[in-house]
Design a protein around this ligand. Structure first.
Ligand code: SF4
Length: 393
């Protein structure tokens, strides 16, 4: 039986609006926004970034998940994995009886037409979608329009014979879903994580003395390329795409590196035929990154707190921008603010959370910059501000 797919909600927006506001809204945050994004309490001043928190894609995905529970109270409801990278939101959905297919690999084999499956904002691979469809499940597709835009470009590359070079994290669901689109449309892909990996690819394209040989290239990128990838054949015509939540400045630089390498190898006249690029960083990611740049530039900050899941790509990139300019603490949630002396946080580039002592100045005026990732609800920002205020009292 073919799947029934809901892509535009379930006509229950009003029915769940109260619940969403109760779970994720913050009156304090609204007041601070109205007061030029600044909050004073004794010696503490909090400066909020002008864009932070839930993006339009996350807002919609969480809304649809609540609508799904409302519409199908008696049917099993599943998520393929985390709906967004925020532990609180995922736990809330679990408490509403939503189960996660990612908890047990065998679950997907037991699905049948009675089951309802929510697809997350960052999408799923073609293989997963096909399997869910084959099982006849009712699907609630919350894939964000900005992710669909990336897929559109990757499909175009595939159909025109370009290999998609994806600036992204090969382990991230969105990049895996995007890569699967390239293969589905008969194309190939290569995922590069950063400038260093891109430099290797550029060296290979130029065939410089520093270039890895074919075997070394494949041992470095073997887990980040399409099946049967041949760098000699598949790097002759390339198109750049991005995971939507990467650091904009880095994506632009990576694009320029690849363009220059293709120009050096094939010359200016052939460049348009050899290299294509479309900007696929989403506007919400861009706005949040621009807002922290402005925050760091315009406000006299002693330190910055960035709130969001440690596996949230856009949050990590906000922390990277802040850490280059001020002492920065990326926390998963307000519980990480242990006391005026201790904080649990994950430093930029580290793989694990650490405990730092003496993070908050003991005396005198203190200005804290605050932002949160696109998957962090405002109530967590409000809770963090309340803790900061208590610590500074
Ligand atoms: S970060 Fe961008 S692409 Fe991802 S869900 Fe939000 S708006 Fe969509």
């Amino acid at each position: 039986m073919p799947s029934l797919i809901f892509r535009k909600g379930l006509d229950l927006k009003q029915a769940v609006a109260g619940m969403l506001a109760e779970n994720y809204h913050s009156a304090v945050v609204e007041r601070i926004k109205a007061a030029d994004f600044t909050y004073h309490a004794g010696r503490l001043t909090v400066h909020l970034a002008r864009e932070f928190g839930f993006c339009y894609g996350v807002d919609r995905a969480v809304d649809y998940a609540y609508q799904t529970r409302e519409r199908f109270p008696d049917r099993p409801v599943y998520l393929t994995g985390e709906i967004i990278h925020n532990p609180h939101v995922n736990e809330k959905l679990r408490s509403m009886g939503v189960r996660f297919l990612s908890d047990d690999a065998r679950l997907i084999d037991r699905l049948d037409p009675a089951d309802v499956v929510i697809l997350p904002a960052f999408g799923v691979t073609v293989a997963t979608l096909r399997e869910l469809d084959r099982r006849g499940c009712t699907l609630i597709d919350t894939t964000c329009g900005s992710v669909l835009n990336v897929w559109k470009n990757v499909r175009r590359y595939a159909e025109s014979g370009y290999t998609s070079v994806i600036h992204g994290k090969v382990w991230h669901e969105e990049t895996q879903a995007t890569a699967s689109q390239a293969v589905e449309y008969g194309g190939r892909y290569l995922v590069v994580f950063n400038r260093e990996e891109t430099q290797l690819v550029c060296d290979y394209i130029r065939q410089t003395a520093a270039a890895p040989d074919r075997d070394a290239f494949m041992s470095r990128f073997g887990g980040a390329v399409s099946p049967g990838f041949d760098p000699d054949r598949d790097l002759q015509r390339i198109g750049l795409a991005n995971q939507t939540t990467m650091l904009m400045s880095e994506s632009l630089e990576i694009g320029e590196m690849l363009r220059a390498a293709m120009r050096d190898r094939y010359g200016d006249p052939e460049l348009p035929e050899r290299y294509q690029a479309f900007d696929t960083i989403c506007s919400a990611t861009q706005d949040r990154q621009d807002a922290v740049v402005a925050l760091l530039r315009d406000r006299p900050l002693d330190l910055v707190v960035v709130i969001g899941g440690y596996n949230s790509s856009n949050t990590t990139n906000l922390a990277r921008i802040c850490a280059a300019a001020r002492p920065t603490y990326h926390i998963a949630d307000p519980d990480c603010l242990l006391s005026a002396d201790e904080i649990r946080h994950r430093p930029v580039g580290a793989k694990v959370e650490v405990l730092t002592k003496g993070w908050l100045p003991r005396q005198g005026a203190i200005a804290v910059g605050l932002t949160s990732g696109a998957s962090t609800p405002d109530n967590l920002v409000g809770a963090a501000i309340a803790k900061l205020e208590a610590f500074c009292a």
